[in-house]
Design a protein around this ligand. Structure first.
Ligand SMILES: [Zn+2]
Length: 351
C-alpha cells in the first residue's frame, strides 16, 4: 500500500512538471482528488486495513492531497495572471494590427480638438453691457415677458389713443394682456416696490409684429437703464452713456445727442455714435452720414413718476434703452439680424 502511494506521488510530481496550461492543472486535480479520483480510491480502502496501518496510510494520503491542492492552486493563480496579461496583449495588438491594415497612421497630423460650446453673441453682448454698468453701480433686474397693458403703456405715459397700442404694433394675447414691446415695463415694476435711489439695468426679450427682414425681427433683445435720485441731471445721463460707449466700442468713438420724442421721457434724445466701419467718412452702414443711431434716452417724464407715487419735485432721473442686436451688429459689422436666430454654427463660432 505504501509502495503504491509512493508510486502515485512520483506520478503526480512527473505530471506537475509537464503542466503548461491551467486546464491541465484542473484535469490533474480531477484525476487525483475528484470523487472518482485515484486518492479517493485509496481512502475507500482504509477501513479494510489492519488498525495499526491506518494512521500511517491516512497521514500519507492527506499529505498527497495537500500537495496536489497546493500545486493546482499555485498554478491556477499564475495562469490567471498570465492569461489576463496575454489576453490584453492579444486584444490590443490585434486591434492595432487590424486597424493598421486599413489606415496609415501619420503622427505628424494635428490631434482632434474637442468641440467646446460658447455663449451666443447676443448673450455675450448682454454680459458685456451688464459688466460695464455693474462697474457704474447698476443692479441687473428682470421682468415678465407677458405683460399687462398698464405696465407696457399707461404707466409709461402712453395713452390709449397712441398709435403703438394698435394691433399692428403689439402682440395681444387677450384683452389687456400682451407680449411686452419694450423692457421699460421693468422700470415701473421696480419703482413700485422701491424708493429712490434707483440704479438698474433690465435686459430681456421684447416682441413686435414686424415683418422679418435684414433689419427687423418679431422678437429682439433690449437693455433698459434707469437711474433715479435727487439732483440727477441730463449731464449725468451723458456721462454714464459716454462711459458705456467708450468702454464697449472703444475710446476713439464719438457720441452725439439728437433731440427726439418718447412718451416716457422729457426731454428725449436719440444717441448716435461715429460709424466704426468708416470712421466717420461715410459708408453704406451709416447711410453716408458718418453716424449710426444706437439708443434712445431722456429724463424720466414727471407723469411716469406720478404713476409710481414718486415726488417729481424732489426726484429726477434718466432712462435709456438700447437694442442688443443692433449694438452687436454695429460692433462686429453684421449686416443681417436673421443670422442671430438661424443657429448656424459657421456664423456663431466666429464670436
Ligand atoms: Zn460708416
Amino acid at each position: 500500500m505504501l509502495e503504491k502511494l509512493e508510486e502515485v506521488k512520483r506520478n503526480i510530481q512527473r505530471e506537475i512538471k509537464s503542466i503548461t496550461a491551467l486546464k491541465d492543472a484542473e484535469q490533474l486535480k480531477i484525476k487525483y482528488l475528484g470523487r472518482k479520483g485515484i486518492i479517493h480510491d485509496f481512502m475507500k480502502l482504509i477501513p479494510s486495513l489492519p488498525a495499526e496501518q491506518r494512521a500511517a496510510i491516512g497521514q500519507r494520503i492527506n499529505s498527497l492531497k495537500a500537495e496536489v491542492t497546493h500545486t493546482v492552486e499555485e498554478l491556477s493563480l499564475k495562469a490567471e495572471v498570465t492569461h489576463t496579461v496575454e489576453e490584453l496583449i492579444k486584444k490590443f495588438s490585434g486591434e492595432a494590427t487590424s486597424k493598421a491594415k486599413h489606415e496609415v497612421f501619420d503622427i505628424t497630423l494635428p490631434g482632434k480638438r474637442p468641440l467646446v460650446g460658447k455663449k451666443h453673441p447676443l448673450t455675450q453682448t448682454i454680459d458685456d453691457i451688464k459688466e460695464v454698468f455693474a462697474r457704474l453701480g447698476f443692479d441687473v433686474v428682470y421682468g415678465p415677458e407677458v405683460e399687462s397693458e398698464y405696465y407696457n403703456f399707461e404707466a409709461l405715459n402712453i395713452p390709449a389713443d397712441h398709435p403703438s397700442r394698435t394691433d399692428f404694433d403689439t402682440f395681444y394675447i387677450k384683452n389687456d394682456i400682451l407680449l411686452r414691446s419694450q423692457t421699460s415695463t421693468v422700470q415701473i415694476r421696480v419703482m413700485e416696490k422701491q424708493k429712490p435711489p434707483i440704479r438698474i439695468i433690465a435686459p430681456g426679450r421684447v416682441y413686435r409684429p414686424d415683418t422679418v427682414d435684414a433689419r427687423h425681427s418679431f422678437m429682439f433683445h433690449q437693455v433698459e437703464g434707469l437711474l433715479v435720485d435727487e439732483g440727477v441731471s441730463f449731464a449725468d445721463l451723458r456721462g454714464v452713456l459716454n462711459q458705456f460707449i467708450k468702454t464697449y466700442f472703444g475710446q476713439d468713438v464719438q457720441m452725439r445727442f439728437r433731440p427726439s420724442f418718447f412718451p416716457f421721457t422729457e426731454p428725449s434724445a436719440e444717441v448716435d455714435i461715429s460709424c466704426s466701419l468708416c470712421k466717420g467718412s461715410g459708408c453704406s452702414v451709416c447711410s453716408y452720414s458718418g453716424w449710426v443711431e444706437i439708443l434712445g434716452a431722456g429724463m424720466v417724464d414727471p407723469n411716469v413718476f406720478k404713476s409710481v407715487h414718486y415726488d417729481a419735485e424732489k426726484y429726477t432721473g434718466f432712462a435709456f434703452g438700447m437694442g442688443v442686436e443692433r449694438i452687436t451688429m454695429l460692433k462686429y459689422g453684421i449686416n443681417d439680424i436673421r443670422l442671430f436666430y438661424e443657429n448656424d454654427i459657421r456664423f456663431l463660432s466666429q464670436f
